[in-house]
Write a protein that binds this ligand. Structure first.
Ligand code: NDP
Length: 268
């Protein structure tokens, strides 16, 4: 758990992560470790911003002299709307998770962060199932399609999955049932794990060579990964993606290579 501040009581600092809820975020710990490693005299705090207050919150942090923010659930679309300038990838997906407040410029480092978080895995095929159709699902699907994966999408609210695919012109197919059979990669991009909830999936259907991947992270395995692990399926939580998207954010703010190993160590 991180200490956090409501945005109206934000302290003097240089960088922040904004979201709601925000107390679970490990970003302050990770970025503080990076700053210390490189001798950068900067601070990074967690700021709670309620739904509907993103523009006001960002204006306020900017007026206090904050240089940059990361944006997490559920504010990535509102953050994109606030930016006056954005990278091509943020414009394509209409979400940004990283802003340079000095330039009012946003970007999306989730796409590259997710892709890099899969490096080193040996997959037998390239069929992926993505569960969830929220703000992060669009970055995950885009990242997978750029990397040549064939994607199937399932969401609790089916109409939202259909809309997502149409809106962004993805080639992903939409499934009405979350069947795990025949996928090499099964990604939970829902926020179910944040509330300790389970998805209606049957891990006995999954291939033993698949990777179960939950974007969420916490102390120990998430409920999604506990069930996969029990059935002998390899598991990965969201910390490596958190590190990779954070490293890309760091490099967006600073003209320096991020100290990835130190950032990862801070998360473990
Ligand atoms: P959103 O709020 O935009 O979307 C939430 C999604 O989860 C929707 O598809 C929603 O379905 C679904 N959902 C929520 N609760 C349940 C449930 N109990 N059962 C089934 N489906 C459910 O969230 P984001 O997409 O922004 O984030 C999703 C998760 O990804 C969060 O846990 C977040 O922390 C994590 N994340 C991690 C990152 C990392 O670096 N590791 C980066 C980005 C995100 P419906 O449409 O039916 O409501």
């Amino acid at each position: 758990m991180s200490d956090f501040y409501p945005w109206r009581k934000a302290p003097e600092a240089d960088f922040a992560v904004i979201g709601c809820p925000i107390s679970h975020s490990l970003s302050p710990k990770m970025h503080a470790a990076a700053f210390a490693e490189l001798g950068l005299e900067s601070s990074y705090v967690a700021i709670e911003v309620q739904v509907g207050e993103v523009a006001e919150g960002l204006d306020h942090l900017q007026s206090l002299g904050y240089r940059g923010v990361n944006v997490t659930v559920p504010h990535k679309e509102d953050a994109f709307d606030w930016c006056q300038d954005a990278s091509d990838i943020a414009v394509k997906l209409c979400v940004c998770n990283t802003i340079d407040l000095r330039r009012n410029r946003g970007t999306n480092t989730d796409v590259v962060g997710f892709s890099r978080s899969l490096e080193g895995h040996q997959f037998t095929g390239k069929k992926a199932l993505v569960l969830g159709a929220g703000g992060s699902a669009r970055s995950i699907i885009y990242s997978l399609e750029l990397d040549g994966w064939e994607v199937t999408l399932w969401n609790r609210t089916a109409s939202r999955a259909d809309r997502l695919v149409k809106q962004f012109g993805f080639s992903a197919s939409v499934s009405s049932v979350p069947s795990l059979a025949s996928f090499d990669l099964i990604v939970n991009s829902t926020s179910a794990s944040l509330g300790g909830n389970r998805l209606p999936v049957d891990w006995t259907e999954a291939s033993k060579s698949a990777l179960a991947y939950d974007l969420a992270y916490g102390d120990g395995l998430t409920p999604f990964l506990i069930d996969a692990d029990r059935l002998g399926v390899a598991v990965q939580d969201g910390r490596r993606m958190l590190m990779e998207q954070g490293a890309a954010a760091f490099e967006f703010w600073w003209d320096e290579t991020a100290p990835r190993e130190v950032m990862m160590a801070a998360l473990l």
